[in-house]
Write a protein that binds this ligand. Structure first.
Ligand SMILES: Cc1cc2nc3c(=O)[nH]c(=O)nc-3n(C[C@H](O)[C@H](O)[C@H](O)COP(=O)(O)O)c2cc1C
Ligand code: SF4
Length: 622
């Protein structure tokens, strides 16, 4: 299918649907790829000309995202999620078994172009791994039996859409609810509470659910008062950095611009995090409601939800929720009968790039570009999407906003600690009996979470994923809170049978794979860290390598362009501080050992020339 006419037939409807706008380039490429299982050169040329973009720009975008393929990639593309929890559940053995069954090499496309099998970074299914993606659809709870069934389906060329539905079941695994996951709000409650100005003296904060519902119309506010309510709540962002939400919104509101934008960050790429997946499955209305409240405060007319490619299976349901909200006049024009309150939300789907969770990279991606983080300042609040004032907030932050709008800032602030208001949703996985989603008021001690999820003999917890902090058993009384252990949500548990060096090595591979390559300290630094960990793993490490890790940490922290580089050494640094023997027992000597085994590399040449005398070796006396 490479003649121009077929490009017209396939691509024109897609281009039309996106009104031939370059900002939709990523969406167009994603959809175009379905026709050919990759993006042929002629299709890229056609798209470039239709969008009026240089071809190099289109090719640059197509080559940036790991779910886009500029070369044939197999009609069935199987990717094994390769987070540490997948490893702990035996993903590598399952992958080898599948490769064996399908006669295909890891990372290669089969000779007949039928299938490729490889790995991908964490797919956000850590509570039900090992997981795989087949043509970007998640399959959970992989077993040897399921591998064999899938091999049969692929060999028989059964379309993925006809595979048994149960393969694609994704469980929510909500294990503990609090004010957010247990909320009883109805669609529109938060908007109605925000929308119209009511006399201050009618503000009445009822303490129980029934009387609150009766009085919420009486506490209805306006944009400024709603912002004040968010201020009073002391809400801080749930995406990791913990920035005060009201300050971000106020800066955006005060910035000069022709339009303002509300962006919801559902990229959720941090290994070990999956709470946004569950929020979007169970509480999408609340998230959209929070975005709409933000639009009301800022005067924004357009919102965008950036959904990670691994969660494409949620797209249809999310679109249905948006349609129902339009139907209920909670999106669209004159929302909830408020003249001039116009706002709508569209969903953009990512394509496998962790760095796109960084807010400025995410904005670049929304604009149809490579997801390379921008220079900051200017910050998105003054110059974001299309250089206009933009707020980017996490999924959980928007859900909390809806709750605050409906029930008031003081009410929200009464939960949690002095410096960390409200609750935090944790994605608990690893060595425990009940992995899943746990919502706690801020301030909960780590040992409480371990107890609740049935963890035993725990030696370490990785809080907030590889970019966060690894704590050992002397620290389990520490608390989940901005003033002690801040977290975006990942809570990954390792019992004493686990080798913490291997945990850190897995994370080093993750960062090297996900570095966008824009700045040298991170591009080279993360590669060196990965290679050093592999060298130590291979039994060639020395004290020099350990010293190198500390030097690389300094370079990455001081010279990297964005947060990915700043945090890339954290897992190595923490495990070296807290689990040093696991490194030391692998060290061969204190003397320098080269990372590259030159004599070993000459083995093939020796074999080909039939020589094995001393002169053909570097290490033996000639
Ligand atoms: C490499 C990298 C990846 C990130 N990934 C996410 C993500 O998946 N989701 C998210 O909400 N924030 C992520 N962030 C943080 C965002 O840049 C931003 O701070 C956040 O979306 C702001 O929302 P909040 O104020 O509600 O926390 C990431 C940051 C970095 C440096
Ligand atoms: S620090 Fe890494 S991810 Fe961030 S811009 Fe530099 S190369 Fe890209």
């Amino acid at each position: 299918m490479s003649e121009p006419s077929s490009h017209t037939a396939v691509l024109d409807p897609i281009l039309e649907r996106y009104r031939r706008r370059p900002t939709y380039l990523l969406q167009i490429l994603r959809e175009a790829q379905v026709a050919w299982n990759h993006l042929p050169p002629a299709a890229l040329t056609y798209i470039a000309s239709a969008l009026g973009l240089p071809r190099s720009r289109v090719e640059g975008v197509a080559s940036f995202y790991s779910f886009l393929h500029t070369k044939p990639a197999g009609r069935y593309r199987v990717l094994f999620s390769d987070n540490i929890t997948d490893r702990m559940q035996g993903n590598m053995e399952l992958m080898d078994h599948l490769c064996h069954k399908l006669w295909v090499e890891r990372g290669k496309v089969s000779e007949d172009g039928l299938v490729s099998v490889g790995t991908t970074s964490c797919t956000g299914m850590c509570d039900q791994g090992p997981a795989i993606l087949v043509n970007e659809r998640a399959v959970t709870r992989m077993t040897r039996a399921r591998v064999e069934e899938i091999a049969d389906l692929i060999r028989s060329e059964v379309p993925v859409a006809e595979w048994p539905e149960e393969y694609f079941a994704v469980e929510d695994n909500i294990q503990r609810r609090d004010i957010l996951l247990g909320n009883t709000l109805e669609r529109g409650d938060a908007i109605r509470a925000a929308i119209a100005r009511g006399p201050e003296d009618t503000v009445e904060r009822a303490s129980n659910e029934r009387s609150w519902r009766e009085s919420y119309l009486a506490v209805a506010r306006g944009p400024t008062e709603t912002l004040d309510e968010i201020k009073r709540s002391n809400l801080r962002g749930r995406g990791g950095a913990g920035f005060t939400t009201a300050s971000k919104w106020e800066a955006c509101r005060n910035a000069l611009g022709e339009a303002r934008y509300v962006v919801c960050n559902a990229d959720e790429g941090e290994p070990g995090t999956f709470k946004d997946r569950v929020l979007l499955t169970r509480h999408a209305d609340l998230v959209f409601e929070g975005m709409t409240v933000a639009a009301f405060v800022l005067g924004a007319e357009k919102g965008m939800l950036y959904l990670r490619g691994e969660y494409t299976y949620l797209l249809e349901r999310l679109e249905q929720t948006l349609a129902a909200r339009r139907e209920a006049n909670l999106l669209g024009r004159d929302i909830a009968g408020q003249p001039g309150f116009n706002f709508d939300i569209e969903i953009h789907v990512g394509a496998g790039a962790y760095v796109c969770g960084e807010e400025s990279a995410l904005i670049e991606s929304l604009e149809g570009k490579r997801g390379v983080p921008r220079n900051r300042p200017p910050y998105p609040v003054t110059s974001g999407y299309l250089q206009q004032p933009t707020i980017v907030n996490n999924v959980e932050t928007f859900a909390a906003v809806a709750l605050i709008s409906a029930k008031g800032g003081d009410w929200y602030r009464s939960v949690g600690t002095n410096k960390s208001a409200g609750t935090k949703i944790l994605s608990v996985s690893g060595d425990c009996q009940r992995p899943g989603i746990y919502e706690y008021p801020f301030g909960v001690p780590v040992e409480q979470v371990l107890h609740d999820c049935g963890a035993q003999d725990t030696q370490a917890v990785q809080i907030s994923g590889p970019s966060g902090i690894c704590i050992d058993d002397s620290e389990f009384r520490r608390r989940i809170a901005f003033e002690d252990l801040p977290t975006a949500g990942a809570f990954t548990i390792f019992n004493r049978s686990r080798d913490m060096f291997e945990v850190a090595r897995n994370y080093a591979h993750f960062f090297a794979h996900e570095s966008c390559g824009f700045c040298t300290p991170c591009r080279v630094g993360t590669t060196l860290l990965r290679d050093t960990m592999d060298k130590i793993h291979g039994g060639h490490g020395t004290q020099y390598d350990i010293n190198d890790i500390f030097s690389l940490n300094r370079v990455l922290q001081t010279a990297s362009h964005c947060g990915l580089g700043h945090t890339a050494c954290n897992p190595l640094f923490d495990t070296l501080q807290k689990f040093r023997p696991t490194y030391e027992r692998r060290l061969q000597s204190l003397d320098f050992q080269p990372a590259f085994d030159l004599d070993g590399a000459l083995a093939a040449a020796r074999q080909m020339t039939g020589r094995d005398d001393a002169g053909a070796h570097l290490t033996r006396e000639a």
